[in-house]
Design a protein around this ligand. Structure first.
Ligand SMILES: [Fe+2]
Length: 261
């Protein structure tokens, strides 16, 4: 099976720009590219920061845009989102028994778990006892079948000082919950606005650049907090014995032209 991973849309009020970018225009083109080249994907996952400041108009735009997107899409929230505004715009979003936006999707390939790491109007993430209990229960319920986890905040440092200060607060507790579950095949996250691979506690983990602006790998390499680098979406192939993650900078793709000499 194949699915698509997208992250950090940071949608603004329609028509607005941030750091010189029209985020809605970029999301629009990205979704078109996904449909054109990966229309056979089983589903798409967007790992949070759907809106830049929880704007209701941004969620309304996204809801309308997704109605024209033929691939089933799972939405996670990030620190830039507003759960109340998100829930009002997407009233059918699944929640766990405590009202958190956590859900499970079972396929022939295994179990896909979508986590809610929202803490509040602050940048770091939270995984409270109630959410931890849900994850423990779902990992038990999976009973050894392959599991893929999706979350906005990473539960570990990623060697980016700016981001390591605002990772998941309960990183240690999260690590203890997933320890020993060798059926967890991969963890997909957003938040850090960079493509990265982390091998953590035996679990392969990948993140994506944002569809908006990026976080420079070396803060001093640009004279601004954020940088303009290619956005990417992930195309993930799940086969019997492996998970293949490709990163496609579709918004910047163009023909290579003639080879000189
Ligand atoms: Fe973000």
């Amino acid at each position: 099976m194949k699915f698509v991973h997208v992250s950090d849309l940071h949608l603004l009020e329609p028509g607005a720009k941030a750091w010189g970018l029209d985020h809605a225009e970029r999301v629009d083109r990205c979704l078109d590219d996904i449909v054109k080249w990966h229309g056979d994907a089983a589903f798409c996952v967007i790992t949070g920061d759907l809106a830049d400041r929880g704007e209701p108009a941004a969620y309304a735009w996204l809801r309308e845009r997704l109605e024209r997107f033929p691939i089933k899409t799972f939405l996670l929230i990030g620190n830039h989102d507003d759960p109340k505004a998100f829930g009002e715009a997407f009233p059918d979003q699944p929640r766990d028994a405590n009202g958190f936006f956590q859900s499970r999707h079972r396929t022939e390939a295994g179990v896909f778990l979508f986590l809610d790491t929202y803490k509040g109007p602050t940048s770091e993430g939270r995984y409270c006892a109630a959410r931890q209990a849900w994850l423990r229960g779902e990992l038990e319920r999976a009973d050894g079948v392959p599991v893929w986890i999706f979350m906005h905040h990473p539960p570990f440092d990623v060697a980016l000082p700016y981001m390591d200060r605002i990772k998941l607060d309960e990183a240690r507790e999260f690590g203890e919950i997933v320890a020993g579950h060798s059926n967890i095949r991969h963890l997909f996250f957003g938040h850090i606005h960079r493509a990265a691979f982390i091998h953590w506690q035996g679990i392969p983990c990948t993140s994506l650049p944002a569809l908006s602006s990026q976080v420079p790998l070396v803060a001093e390499s640009v004279n601004s907090l954020y940088s303009l680098e290619p956005a990417m979406y992930g195309v993930v192939f799940i086969e019997d014995d492996k998970t293949i993650v490709h990163f496609d900078a579709g918004l910047d793709r163009k023909p290579a032209g003639e080879r000189d000499g």
